[in-house]
Design a protein around this ligand. Structure first.
Ligand code: HGY
Ligand code: MN
Ligand code: MN
Length: 443
């Protein structure tokens, strides 16, 4: 393994065979000055962006799609070429293990997700996984061996776009769902998670949750405007805000667009229009923290000359406190009867997922902060607006996150972008944080 005289096939990096240092090194001086290869990290971001590339320069790589299968294969091959032992669990999550001097210690884990939104960008989730790969490659090249093993993770279905809820595999790892519950979830076409896993050959043998993890660190773009606006390079993330997801159904009455007088209509789409405006009003009433989104709206039997009689929709509500999260749900529910009565509609709103606000671990947060300070990077403390796999891991192991800026704070958009220096800085903070945790005296 790393540190012994060995030659790794570096074909996927520079095509040159390299021989690494022979002495096993794990001294702090050497590791303190270790830096990742920013150009190589950037090249992996561009290379993997080919899988699910969209004409507008973004990514459409839905979880468990053929494109997700391709990037998973690339990831496995790259990890194995770096000497990592790759295993897959029953929900397709990939774990790549680098041994440490003390194999009895639980690994220090890091990573994120490779699946994207339908109009996703090249950095959301992907930076955290590829920066982790870059950290492993850099440790190999430096011949550094850590005390605890290291584990790089690609969590299945972080986005929750094709299959709800979001962050589902890490939620199952944390015990919030059973594996069978998740395998049975279906997408809009009625395809189950289990069938989709089988279709790309990623239903693994490992039981979910069996992989030991001693601590978890996730690097991610901020997906918001704060770091860029303040000119900061690193976000030291102290926790994640609360999330509640709902499925809604509005039932009216299909009727002729030409012969149905306006007062006689039971128009489900107009009902949703009023609900969406009420959601906006309620979220604004809890400014500046609350956000709420009607992200999906589907007319049951769309036809340009039929008054919509059935509409299905989704609602995503978030706030840093449970109190406001629950208040928004109550206020939205309180607004429905008046709309339903006046428009003679039936409205159902079912909560399908609730993730309470989650604090991260002070020790891991301190390690991130110290790593950023040691690298001389401008930083600030913050709470994550977006959900992340780290928010699930935090319920089970000491966890924290590292943010880097993204242009205009934009994400979940094909124009999502980040700079090579910021990505490299984030990866260096990740590497130094992981080294601190992995070489810390055994708890
Ligand atoms: O919804 C989220 O916050 C994440 O992008 N899945
Ligand atoms: Mn993400
Ligand atoms: Mn996302």
């Amino acid at each position: 393994m790393a540190g012994t005289a060995e030659t790794h096939s570096t074909a996927e990096t520079h095509g040159t065979a390299k021989t690494y240092g022979t002495a096993k090194t794990h001294g702090t001086a050497k590791t303190h000055n270790l830096r990742i290869d920013g150009a190589r990290l950037w090249s992996t971001i561009l290379e993997t962006a080919e899988f699910g590339a969209t004409p507008a320069g973004g990514l459409n790589r839905l979880t468990l799609s053929p494109e997700d299968g391709q990037v998973r294969d690339w990831f496995r091959n790259a990890c194995e070429a770096a000497g990592l032992a790759v295993r897959v669990d029953a929900l397709g999550t990939q774990y790549a293990l680098r041994p440490g001097r003390d194999g009895t210690r639980a690994p220090v884990a890091f990573g994120s997700h490779l699946d994207t939104q339908p109009t996703g960008g090249r950095f959301d989730g992907i930076l955290g996984v590829l920066a982790g790969l870059e950290a492993m490659r850099s440790l190999n090249e430096a011949g550094v061996e850590t005390e605890a093993p290291l584990l790089l993770v690609n969590w299945t279905n972080e986005e929750g776009s094709r299959f709800a809820p979001a962050m589902m595999a890490s939620a199952a790892y944390a015990g919030d769902f059973t594996t069978d519950e998740i395998l049975a979830k279906t997408d809009a076409a009625g395809i189950s998670v289990g069938a989709a896993l089988d279709a790309i050959g990623y239903r693994g043998a490992e039981p979910v949750g069996a992989q030991a993890i001693g601590a978890f660190v996730e690097l991610h773009i901020e997906q918001g405007p704060i770091l860029e606006a303040e000119g900061k390079t690193i976000g030291v993330v102290e926790g994640g805000q609360g999330i509640a997801w709902f499925d809604g159904t509005i039932t009216g009455f299909e009727s002729h667009a030409g012969s149905t007088p306006m007062p006689r209509r039971r128009d489900a789409l107009l009902g949703l229009s009023e609900i969406a405006l009420a959601v906006e009003r309620i979220a604004l009433a809890h400014a500046p923290t609350a956000v709420a989104t009607v992200g999906e709206a589907v007319i049951g039997a769309p036809s340009r000359n039929v008054v919509p009689g059935l509409v299905r929709f989704t609602l995503d509500v978030r706030d840093p406190t449970s109190e406001v999260l629950d208040a928004i749900e109550a206020e939205v529910r309180a607004a429905l009867p008046e709309i339903a009565g006046r428009r003679r509609l039936a409205i159902d709103l079912t909560r399908i997922w609730r993730k309470a606000p989650v604090p991260f671990d002070p020790t891991v947060i301190a390690a991130v902060d110290a790593a950023a300070e040691g690298l001389g990077l401008a930083r600030r403390r913050m709470v994550s607006g977006a959900g992340h796999d780290a928010c699930n891991l935090a319920g089970r192991v000491p966890t924290a996150m590292i943010f880097v800026p993204c242009k205009d704070g934009v994400s979940h958009n094909e124009s999502e972008s980040a700079t090579q220096p910021d990505c490299a800085a984030g990866a260096d903070v990740l590497l130094q944080t992981v080294l601190t945790l992995a070489n810390a005296p055994r708890a």
